[in-house]
Design a protein around this ligand. Structure first.
Ligand code: SF4
Ligand code: SF4
Length: 458
């Protein structure tokens, strides 16, 4: 396709749209694209394959053609949309402010409704959505995983290359398995008051904490660190119990009804908690929760409540910069590389805040990496659905991280941490740990030594 292809004619087409009338991608938003191509080098699938139809401009062109009734919703259309990681790097790169997030997220449910998937693909997706949004099911699954890991069987199987015998998606699942923590059944209490030194602050800000689904099972240590840091900084931390999933994985996959139902449950849960802010430490969840207003815009009962909820959502790095820091940070002499989570940087526009916090830790040397804007290939469940490109992107990211010679890697999303750890393992570099940004804040506040921090993760 040449640069001059007319992505959208401004005059309305007389043909009937290929999309149905339930929330089709907005023609007005489509017409914002001026086909300049600035987004192409930012797009991981274009970087990998160099195909116009696997670039943001190409995808917008195809969506526009379908909206004009000039392209069918067929397997080829689905293939190019499925290949999109939803990393939103194109939005950061776009000088015209094209809201690609809304376009792709309104396109995906149309795909699910109109383009049937193969039985195998459909079953695999059902399996993912049966498991991942449900912390209780994940905990049950984690028990045999724990035995598999602690018995040494996992090491044996990985070493013997037996995983190559598995279908690629299942092999990818195994490769990404996090270490099952000893804290598998730990729960955070429903409230953590500001710690003593900060309790003198009148009227502490009341924040509700998202515990997440995958996060509360496999990254409970990150949730615990988040709660400790918030309490130390003088926040009154409310943790609504039995939270369900925020629906992010389903939103990113076009599973509309289920995702909206989860969004409604989340809103109701936090309304009951009566908090000033909702704090989130997983970038993918945060970007979706900030979009609840858009997702539920056509639901008369929920639209306003969803918009109010979304307006209260903050990433942990945003919350920690709302007020001057109260805690003295202790030195943490360590060289780390900070990897932007796409759903933090591109989808939420949060770039400076985590860096500002990390640079505030005495002795912490934060290295920047090449191709920082390029997705690591995690992208929700993308690395399970599309293991080959995800692995290529993961390897590329790990190369860039290793080039700056660090002792640890830091990010702000559980999916990225798993993807980077899997990439490091493929290179035989098990000794480089990956941390959430808030774990370093916590370690510094508590005065942990680097060896203690590194030892906890080895
Ligand atoms: S940078 Fe923006 S306007 Fe230009 S082609 Fe990409 S999406 Fe369209
Ligand atoms: S969201 Fe990411 S993968 Fe999808 S078109 Fe934009 S840059 Fe490319």
């Amino acid at each position: 396709m040449s640069d001059s292809i007319p992505v959208t004619e401004r005059s309305p087409s007389t043909k009937i749209s290929s999309f149905d009338t339930h929330n089709p991608p907005s023609r007005e938003l489509l017409s914002d694209c001026v086909h300049c191509g600035f987004c192409l080098p930012a797009c991981p699938t274009y970087v990998l394959w160099g195909e116009e139809m696997d670039s943001p401009r190409g995808r917008i062109y195809m969506i526009a053609k379908a909206a004009q009734g000039e392209a069918a919703l067929d397997p080829s259309f689905r293939q190019h949309m499925d290949a999109c990681l939803g990393c939103m790097a194109c939005m950061t790169a776009c000088p015209s402010g094209v809201q690609y997030n809304k376009l792709i997220e309104d396109t995906r449910p149309q795909i699910e409704r109109h383009i049937p998937r193969s039985i195998g693909d459909s079953l695999f997706r059902k399996l993912l959505f049966f498991l991942f949004p449900h912390a209780a099911r994940l905990r049950i699954l984690a028990v045999p995983m724990l035995l598999y890991q602690r018995s040494g069987l996992q090491r044996l199987i990985r070493r013997n290359g037996l995983l190559k015998l598995l279908p690629k998606r299942f092999a990818a699942m195994e490769a990404l398995l996090p270490r099952v923590p000893n804290s598998l059944f730990h729960r955070l209490p429903s409230r953590i008051a500001p710690t003593a030194s900060s309790a003198t602050v009148p009227q502490a800000t009341r924040v509700g904490m998202l515990t997440g689904c995958v996060q509360q099972v496999f990254f409970q240590h990150v949730n615990e660190a988040t709660a400790r840091v918030l309490a130390a900084e003088g926040y009154d931390v409310v943790i609504p119990q039995d939270q369900a999933c925020c629906g992010a994985l389903m939103v990113h996959s076009g599973v509309e009804e289920q995702s909206l139902e989860l969004a409604r449950r989340m809103i109701a849960k936090f309304e009951a908690a009566e908090v000033d802010y909702i704090v989130i430490n997983a970038a993918g969840c945060g970007s979706t929760m900030k979009e609840y207003g858009h997702l539920l815009r056509n639901d008369p009962e929920w639209a306003e409540r969803a918009a109010d909820f979304a307006a209260k959502c903050r990433d942990i790095s945003e919350i920690l910069l709302l007020k001057p820091a109260r805690q003295r940070l202790n030195p943490l002499p360590l060289r780390v590389a900070y990897q932007d989570a796409c759903h933090l940087k591109h989808a939420q526009g949060i770039h400076e805040q985590p860096r500002h916090l990390l640079h505030g830790i005495p002795g912490l040397d934060v290295a920047e990496i090449a191709e920082a804007n390029l997705c690591c290939g995690s992208a929700g469940v993308y690395n399970l659905l599309h293991p080959e490109p995800a692995e290529q992107l993961g390897n590329r990211k790990v190369e860039n991280l290793l080039a700056v010679q660090v002792q640890a890697i830091v990010s702000a999303n559980p999916g990225c941490l798993l993807q980077l750890q899997a990439g490091l393992r493929r290179k035989g570099l098990n000794a480089i740990p990956a941390f959430h940004m808030v774990e370093l804040m916590d370690a510094s506040i508590r005065g942990l030594k680097p060896e203690e921090l590194l030892h906890r993760r080895s």
